[in-house]
Design a protein around this ligand. Sequence first.
Ligand code: APR
Length: 233
Amino acid sequence: MRDIQNIVILTGAGISAESGIATFRGPGGLWEGHRVEDVCTPQALAHDPALVHRFYDLRRAALDTVIPNAAHDALARLDREWPGELLIVTQNVDDLHERAGATRMLHMHGELNSALCADCGVQAEWRGSLPPGSVCAACGATTLRPDIVFFGEMPYRMDAIERALSRADLFVSIGTSGAVYPAAGFVQTARYHGAQTLELNLEPSAGSVYFHEARMGAAGVLVPEWVGEVLSA
Ligand code: APR
């Protein structure tokens, strides 16, 4: 096993579950009560903008009621102390990684605290409700939308992600079901480039077979343990 210099970490809804943010596909999941197609597609936004904007307004408002958990804190510690390259790629749209102090990170599926202008493409930090028809400060159009990557849209920063995966010595997947591509394929890309791969999850994900090692349990327990190991190795 080559020594570890460069680490890529993929996180999903499971890392925020212990903070009280519902996952998507578990019991009581976020999609229950809503069909994904009804709220997370460009067609849904065009067909019923008020429903889609309200769905994300509620999730944005809920951020004020949750705080980072031990898993977010442990990754922020790794970010501060890891001397090699590190990239945290989150599928989550919450701001818990940032609030824990992570900096070497990116949101591949967008962010609740951001608005996207459908006209000029500018992203702007956004707090509070974002009603349909809100005005873009950059171009004046009234086409601001939640800055969420919908199904069928291209995730953000794929170039940076592919580059990091090609250089990774270790790829760690935390709290994701492996149900949605391209994120679900990152483990195979990392392995192709010779990385060791580790899955930390409550239960085996759809891609568990692709990982060299898989540890099952709560992120709040597994992630601090793993960070302690990798920093003392
Ligand atoms: N600790 C670790 N893992 C957990 C925990 C926990 N406390 N609680 C749940 N999990 C695991 C579940 O077992 C599941 O495998 O987290 C995973 C959550 O899976 P999903 O709900 O499918 O969420 P995610 O994988 O992030 O979804 C990917 O799909 O809906 C789209 O764009 C959305 O980014 C999202 C993407």
